[in-house]
Design a binder for this molecule. Structure first.
Ligand SMILES: *Cc1c(COP(=O)(O)O)cnc(C)c1O
Length: 363
């Protein structure tokens, strides 16, 4: 038996008829770019998150980019974020001509450490961009509090955290502007690329709608520099189908995580995910930490189990960000995460045998 890291074929099998019907409808209506199927999904996803507005775009990266632009981030500004995330988080800052300023993470949750934010604030800092990494919401009350005190914007990277909750509220409804990705491997994945911004702020929603569509307020009236970041109709239709299953899939991910943690918690030198009791993680990733990470990964591979690294090189040590002049040792916990993290297979369609095989192979 093999255990893949993610099994999208198994997921597709369960929803194939519904998805195919929805794609046929898009074709029958030739609603290929934006249009009614995208709008329907926007309404449904806004309701799911408990917010007023959802603006669908063509990727999570685009969602972050337009969210920052709509909040007025511009060249010369600086934005606080973390070094252990997918690079798209900081690309969005860089695309605005702004500079990412890193704070280190907490060594238990591996999320932005709120204790370190205030000391990083300077007059150039305009926003905080926390990442709900692995699907765990960050401590939003503290981050929102710091932002309010210093007059900063908060934009959340929730690319991994669909359906996660913090103090009983779903991610998307915790701050002002939240960005999602619907990349196929994400918890809510399109059949192609996709992303969205959700917000309760009518002005921000309006600006993002214009930004994603060539800066058009009306057809062929361009108010400011815009982009072609529209979602295509097929993705809207598929996402509407899949959204109906998202909570069920999230519950299953949590069941798998509980079984993993129960089976792995007593292994010497191995850290299972620490989940605060005020959150429900989306468990996009189930990440363990061990100093013997590379050996364990190779061993699992040899036994037919695919594990992943999220992420092996922190952003402040990436060649693309050499100009930030940061060095090894600047963010010790983000760096420790990079060398010790190991993401185990995680998808709602995992069988009992597969879950047990992973646990037995590590134990
Ligand atoms: C996937 C991801 C993104 C980017 O989303 P795309 O849809 O791939 O552009 C941004 N941030 C994080 C944390 C992600 O995991």
């Amino acid at each position: 038996m093999k255990v893949p890291f993610l099994d999208l074929k198994a997921q597709h099998k369960g929803i194939k008829d519904e998805v195919e019907r929805s794609l046929q409808e898009v074709m029958a209506n030739t609603a290929f770019a934006s249009g009614p199927f995208v709008q329907k999904f926007e309404d449904e996803f806004a309701r799911f998150c408990g917010v007023k507005y959802c603006i669908a775009v063509n990727s999570g990266t685009s969602a972050l980019h337009v969210a920052l632009l709509a909040q007025g981030i511009q060249p010369g500004d600086e934005v606080i974020t973390v070094p252990n995330t997918f690079i798209a988080t900081t690309w969005a800052i860089t695309y605005c001509g702004a500079k990412p300023v890193f704070v280190d993470v907490d060594p238990y949750t591996w999320l932005m450490n709120p204790d370190l934010i205030e000391q990083a604030i300077t007059p150039k800092i305009k926003a905080i961009l926390p990442v709900h990494l692995y699907g765990q919401p960050v401590e939003m009350d503290r981050i929102n509090g710091i932002a309010k005190k210093h007059g900063l914007i908060v934009i959340e990277d929730a690319a991994q955290a669909h359906a996660a909750t913090y103090k009983g509220k779903r991610v998307g409804n915790l701050g002002n502007t939240t960005c999602f990705s619907f990349y196929p491997g994400k918890n809510l994945g399109a059949y192609g690329e996709g992303g969205a911004v959700v917000t309760d702020d009518e002005n921000i929603a309006g600006r993002i709608r214009i930004l994603r569509d060539h800066g058009q307020s009306k057809k062929y009236c361009h108010d400011f520099v815009g982009y072609n970041y529209r979602m295509d109709g097929f993705q809207g239709a598929v996402l509407s189908v899949k959204l109906k299953y998202l909570q069920e899939w999230t519950d299953k991910r949590n069941d798998i995580a509980r079984r993993y943690s129960e089976g792995l918690k007593d292994i010497d030198g191995l850290q299972v995910p620490y989940i605060r009791d005020d959150i429900v993680s989306a468990f996009h990733l189930y990440v363990i930490h061990t100093p013997k990470r590379d050996e364990l990964m190779t061993y699992l591979q040899e036994n037919g189990i695919a594990a992943g690294l999220h992420y092996p090189i922190p952003i402040h040590l990436q060649k693309a960000y050499k100009h930030l002049n940061q060095k090894k040792g600047d963010f010790p916990f983000a760096e420790k995460n990079a060398v010790q993290c190991l993401s185990l297979p995680m998808y709602a369609d995992m069988t009992d045998e597969q879950i047990e095989m992973v646990i037995d192979s590590i134990g």
